[in-house]
Design a protein around this ligand. Structure first.
Ligand code: IPM
Ligand code: MN
Length: 365
């Protein structure tokens, strides 16, 4: 298959981890006889520095004209410490999501058995947890009207949802549940928020078209608690943009580390794949970032955008085999054992490539 992929490294460790992700794509192309054509573009802080715009037109044009996007992260501490700056790296990411119509963000929380001890949650509570989040990505307070009034002394961000926005992501969540354990937990704050009451009403309506799926509703505060107390009780979680942002960072602890969580953002056209972690400037340049979230994002890309199931599973297996062999980046190392072999970003990438080579030898047998 011939495919065009845009690599969008972004800022901070985004660059370091996507370098490893891209190598995995190249290796898969080679082993499975595909032709992947790569292009690269700028976004975020880097793009602001060179063009004054967090998502330059040239970048957007490339993104609109490709088959899939592998993205790193955006952000810079300079902006975090100065909320008055008007042009900000995150605007690039938000504009990209909106312009490409990427309304559904899939965040699988998959726990590799080898990492049971890396989590701060008890192994007995975690074992077997497997959750798929559907976070709505182009609505909510992120995109509602926002502003200041009263001479800057009052600020507002409107939480707004339209019925069609809820319907389309609800369909995706119910359809995914059909391929899993057939349960959808919709998370909202319908005891307080009108937008959540529309959310709940709409999800209930759509749910009638999926009688084979069990639908339950939880308030976000209670869901946050249950995620840690009983992670196995969740299958598919369907939620809005802000609640989904917060709950998936929390849920990353079920998988051991933010450095393990991949995500897929999909809509009507091209798909975008990225780790859920940010640019992490505190560790940028040290070469210690975990590239597995980017590599697992590659597995999602192959599966969802290209329909390459076998290729995707080969990548997942390479990650699992690498962990089984005891290789870890610092964030997922278990302090209670001396069996871990701690690798930097690049050598973790190299380990994955080696495991892929072994898989391709057995493929060609
Ligand atoms: C994420 C990030 C972004 C978000 C930021 C960087 C704007 O936290 O992808 O989860 O809030 O959506
Ligand atoms: Mn986030």
């Amino acid at each position: 298959m011939n495919k065009k992929i845009v690599i969008l490294p972004g800022d901070g460790i985004g660059k370091e981890v996507t370098t490893e992700g891209k190598k995995v794509l190249e290796k898969i192309a080679e082993d499975f006889g595909h032709s992947f054509e790569f292009d690269q573009a700028i976004i975020g802080h880097d793009a602001i520095e060179s063009t004054g715009n967090a998502l330059p037109d040239e970048t957007l044009a490339k993104l609109k004209n490709c088959d899939a996007i592998l993205f790193g992260a955006v952000g810079h501490p300079k902006y975090d410490n100065d909320p008055t700056l008007r042009v900000r790296p995150e605007q690039g990411l938000l504009k990209m999501r909106k312009e490409l119509g990427l309304y559904a963000n899939l965040r699988p929380i998959k726990l590799f058995d080898e990492l049971l001890e890396a989590s701060s949650i008890k192994a007995d509570v975690l074992r077997g947890a497997d959750i798929l989040f559907f976070r709505e990505l182009t609505g909510d307070v992120y995109f509602g009207e926002k502003g200041r009034k009263d001479d800057g002394n009052t600020a507002y961000d409107i939480m707004v949802y339209q019925r069609y926005e809820i319907e389309r992501i609800a369909h995706k969540a119910f359809q995914a549940a059909r391929t899993r354990r057939k349960k959808v937990t919709s998370v909202d704050k319908a005891n307080v928020l009108e937008s959540s009451r529309l959310w709940r009403e709409t999800v209930q309506e759509i749910g009638k078209q999926y009688p084979d799926i069990t639908l339950e509703h939880q308030f976000v505060d209670s869901a946050a608690m249950k995620l840690i107390r009983a992670p196995r009780s969740f299958d598919v979680v369907l939620t809005g943009n802000l609640f989904g942002d917060i709950l998936t960072d929390e849920a990353s602890q079920i998988a051991g580390s933010m450095g393990m969580l991949a995500s897929a953002s999909v809509g009507d056209r091209v798909g975008l794949y990225e780790p859920i972690h940010g640019s992490a400037h505190d560790i940028t340049g040290k070469g210690i970032a975990n590239p597995l979230a980017s590599i697992l994002s590659v597995a999602l890309l192959l599966d969802i955008s290209f329909g390459m199931k076998e290729e995707s599973e080969t990548v997942l297996k390479a990650v699992s085999d690498t962990l089984k062999a005891g290789y870890r980046t610092a964030d997922i190392a278990d302090a209670n054992t001396s069996k871990n072999k701690i690798l930097n970003t690049q050598s973790m990438g190299t380990q994955i490539l080696e495991k892929l080579s072994m898989a391709s030898v057995s493929l060609n047998k």
